[in-house]
Design a protein around this ligand. Structure first.
Ligand code: ADE
Length: 344
């Protein structure tokens, strides 16, 4: 598959990693719980943003048994702002399985790790190599980019077979010792040198001698990735209903986007101010005053919400909503970022 790469590539990359790795809190030890939580957080979120979430999470839930025993609402609050909330729900289930079926000990074998809820090839590969010195590659979009360039390969990186082939190929390049340094070396190369935005920094790349794309002058044009379908745009009206004792919140449906999380009352479509007041009357809240309105757009993976928010003082607090104090909103109620804009 690749002409230039051999085991000297592995050694070169690992040496560079040890000398240049970023100091990140989840790299302080090889405790599987630490690596697991960080890898799940890092799947959709930038390292800099994860750092704070990770530290707060570990302070609140230092062990797997703490995670297993936590209330779902506490977990959703710790996850608030990270998005893709099924990640934390799956971690909760996995922690409960580890407690109930594995004596509280994180499994060591790749297949057993992968069998846990929410863990796929990537996460299982990362944990098995970093924590248990197994020759299991962890291939995400960043590693695919690096490998497309090293191989000067213009296969679409969303091609299902490619990931499998690269995973098998990389697994054959693992060293006997410190497997985690090879896994994280590839990750680090993708983050610091062979990045997604702008031209890759080939001149200072520790493995540029192995790179087919550098030799061919094609590195900046790779990887090839098919254009995604345009996101659906949804117009919405969001209500920030302010009663003397709190702000109205309610639960989202148990399925679909942001399933089961809290939300501010809202309707699809953009309403005029007069229509918004009528809606609040229909809910039985007795609107007193339209205080102000503001617009926000929130972009999810497959949909964009274009929202107008109306801040309305109300007199009544009907039971169709929960009325949350500012302190409850800050400390207890998991409100997704899309609604959080209106309360900043
Ligand atoms: N992205 C995914 N896994 C990572 C890790 N272990 N360190 C830094 N960034 C990552």
């Amino acid at each position: 598959m690749v002409k230039r790469i051999d085991k000297t590539f592995t050694e070169t990359l690992m040496t560079w990693y040890r000398e240049n790795r970023r100091d990140l809190p989840w790299r302080e030890d090889k405790e599987p719980y630490h690596v697991w939580v960080s890898e799940i957080m890092l799947q959709q979120t930038r390292v800099e943003a994860v750092r704070e979430y990770y530290l707060r999470f570990m302070k609140a839930l230092p062990t797997i048994s703490d995670l297993a025993a936590a209330e779902e609402e506490t977990l959703l609050k710790l996850w608030q702002g990270l998005g893709y909330y099924n990640r934390i729900r799956n971690m909760h289930k996995a922690a409960q399985q580890i407690e109930a079926q594995m004596g509280g000990i994180f499994p060591q074998e790749f297949d057993a790790i992968k069998a846990l809820p929410g863990i796929g090839d990537y996460t299982a590969g990362a944990i098995a190599s970093i924590c248990f010195n197994q020759k299991t590659a962890a291939v995400d979009g960043n590693v695919l980019r690096v490998m497309s360039r090293l191989n000067n390969d213009d296969t679409d990186i969303l091609n299902a077979g490619l990931k499998k082939r690269i995973t098998a190929y990389l697994s054959s390049l693992y060293p006997e010792k410190d497997c985690g340094d090879f896994t994280q070396g590839l990750i680090e190369l993708g983050a610091l040198i062979c990045g997604p935005a702008g031209a890759p920094k080939c001149e200072i790349c520790p493995v540029n001698a192995y790179c087919e794309a550098k030799a061919a002058g094609t590195a900046a044009a790779l990887p090839v990735k098919a254009k995604k379908k345009a996101r659906k745009k949804v117009d919405m009206t969001v209500f920030i209903l302010q009663a003397p004792l709190g702000t109205a919140v309610c639960r989202r449906a148990e399925t679909g986007l942001l399933a089961g999380l809290y939300q501010l009352p809202n309707v699809e479509k953009r309403l005029t101010a007069a229509q918004a007041i009528e809606q609040v009357e229909r809910w039985g809240c007795t609107p007193k005053n339209l205080l102000r309105s503001t617009d926000y757009c929130h972009v999810f993976t497959h949909v964009e919400w274009h929202m107008t928010g109306y801040f309305i003082a109300v007199e009544k607090m009907p039971k169709i909503f929960q009325w949350a104090s500012d302190a409850q909103l800050a400390a207890e109620i998991p409100l997704p970022t899309a609604f959080g804009y209106f309360l900043k």
